[in-house]
Design a protein around this ligand. Sequence first.
Ligand code: DGL
Length: 273
Amino acid sequence: MTSADNRPIGMFDSGFGGLTVARAVIDVLPSEDLVYIGDTGRYPYGPRPASEVREFAHEIAWSLVRDHNVKAIVVACNTAAAAAFYELETELPVPVVSVVEPGARALAIATTVRRVGVIGTVGTISSGAYQRALKEVDASLELIATACPGFVEFVERGQTSGDEVVLLAERLLAPIVEANVDALLLGCTHYPYLSRVISEVMGPQVVLVSSADETAFALAEMLHERGLDADLKRTGSHTFLSSGDVEWFADFGRRLLGPELSEASRWEPSAND
Ligand code: DGL
């Protein structure tokens, strides 16, 4: 029998969005420690060039490895995964899990009409990451992919309902509504916080798929296969770091994630903004 590995899991996002994935990981893997970095000082990643997002992703991932001795990294940000997943996977000394492949798998399972939608940031959609991932899962599926600039900014401000959000959602989701899909992947970890509005616009016949749970299951499987599970008798601890306003991160983050986010500390980026 192999011994338990109680080192933490590292996770990052541009801000609050990855907390949807953190929530799922805390629920699925209650014995694991978690260190989460929300790069709120430099969000949003979506409109930035891929090279810049890649630089941020490398900096954060290496900080998790060097400063927090993590045993695995979850890229809880589709934009960062689209820009940097393969490089991170190759260069980091620990395994890396992304939200993209688990999301694509869940989307393929959710459809019956075999016509699906993906929404994400400009960076994610223009990278073609989902188009490629879905092709790997099932090349016969028809995919309509649309960027939703503005959604992340609403979530980061804590505005997840109201006329302004609905109007923007109606405009941005129009091509997906017209395409008559029966399943829509929320390809940005911020979007589950807008799922009520998105669901109202799409209609009840469309299943909304979030990659948070699927990513947590993929992480659990990977840890188990590699003998990296923590001692199942322990209760995990959770550390939250932010490059922006830590008070706001703790207050708003707690409302989104729950009581596990009792406090947040400062994470200092070294790369230039
Ligand atoms: N939550 C992130 C994603 O999944 C990034 C949003 C952003 O910073 O633009 O893509």
